[in-house]
Design a binder for this molecule. Structure first.
Ligand code: KG4
Ligand code: ZN
Length: 342
């Protein structure tokens, strides 16, 4: 079965093509240059740019995969959460492709795509750390997602981006900050760990961002590399600490780490140590599947079809309206129990 997956939830136009669980093509047109000047994503500009490039991205993906549109069996696209105007472009493009060919269309929750990117088999615990989300899900099987905790304020990637901006680095800031941090001392500025007292599984990063802002105001000659290294270490410590607590709580022996921040070098190193310490298996997607892309949406659709699950969005519709072609773009869409049929 050949599945074409589309993601236009934010500022990347991603189309991927898979056969079974194998990724044949994964083309992403990044809008970074467009939004860089603004230091963040301009929603209206993002939608227009998706429209400009989506057809070319689709052709490139088909070429890269070596398949024709006539060979595609299923089309899948993200329908939420995300920027509604941006989502609409990929969703409508995907629906039009499926409708034109008379093949099934599967709407996918963006986070389910991130979870599917690692190709690990449930049961597992999943840490999603991206620009828009930081959550821990227990995943007993495909389609069943129990949110154990999430960020009470900024997402981890958002914190990286905001602190990078404070340090005068470009957008998106995560990779730039991480690069700078390699030359810094992680012990230079001992920031207070977020939610030190909690016994649960939540995250919080806005206090840390404020601590960096205050430090830079009080100490303008602070070494940017030291600040970056100390900040990165505090974020990674928090992600590891809460994930460790959740692993012990659930007894899961497999941890999937997904989302853009999963590309972070220090986090990956610490996960290797965690795997040894707890004798667990860690699954992190290949680098090109960690940030937003279409292949992860196709993979999520494949798992759904394999498991005979209803489209992820059926609970969003009333029972008279189960046609996946009717699904709307939804900016705020919880993953938990969006989808399970059994
Ligand atoms: O998953 P993603 O592409 O988009 C969302 O769904 O949000 O994640 C993008 C986020 C950005 O905030 C970016 O700064 C962060 O992931 N990111 C990183 C790294 N690479 C990307 N953060 C830290 N270190 C990295 N190497
Ligand atoms: Zn994402």
């Amino acid at each position: 079965m050949i599945i074409l997956g589309i993601d236009t939830s934010c500022d990347d136009t991603g189309i991927g093509i898979i056969r079974g669980g194998q990724v044949l093509a994964n083309v992403v047109a990044s809008q970074t240059a467009l939004h860089e000047a603004f230091g963040g994503v301009m929603p209206e500009q993002a939608s227009r740019e998706h429209l400009n490039v989506i057809d070319t991205v689709c052709k490139d993906a088909l070429n890269q995969a070596g398949v024709t549109l006539a060979e595609v069996d299923v089309v899948a696209a993200t329908h939420g959460p995300g920027l509604v105007g941006a989502l609409l472009v990929g969703l409508n493009y995907g629906r039009a492709l499926a409708w034109g060919r008379g093949i099934p269309f599967v709407p996918i929750h963006h986070l389910e795509g991130h979870i599917a990117a690692s190709n690990a088999q449930p049961p597992f615990l999943c840490l999603i750390a991206s620009g828009g989300h930081t959550s821990l899900f227990d995943v007993p099987s495909w389609g069943h997602y129990l949110e154990l905790g999430k960020s009470r304020d900024d997402a981890a990637g958002e914190a990286f981006d905001k602190v990078a901006r404070l340090l005068g680095l470009g957008y998106p800031g995560g990779p730039a900050l991480s690069k700078l941090a390699q030359q810094g001392d992680v012990h230079a500025y001992p920031f207070t760990p977020p939610l030190r007292q909690q016994t649960g599984f939540d995250f919080s990063f806005s206090g840390l961002k404020t601590a960096v802002a205050t430090l830079l105001k009080k100490t303008p000659d602070a070494s940017p590399a030291d600040v970056a290294a100390s900040f990165e270490r505090t974020v990674v410590d928090s992600l590891i600490k809460v994930s460790t607590r959740a692993l012990k709580h659930t007894g899961r022996t497999r941890l999937v780490v997904a989302g853009g921040v999963a590309a972070n070098r220090v986090l990956r190193e610490r996960l290797d140590v965690l795997a040894d310490d707890l004798k667990i298996e860690i699954a992190v997607p290949p680098l090109n599947l960690t940030t937003d892309n279409g292949a992860m949406i196709a993979l999520a659709a494949w798992h759904r079809l394999e498991q005979g699950l209803e489209p992820a969005s059926t609970t969003m519709l009333d029972t008279m309206q189960l046609d996946t072609m009717q699904v709307d773009a939804v900016p705020y869409l919880p993953l938990e129990n969006t989808s399970a049929t059994s």
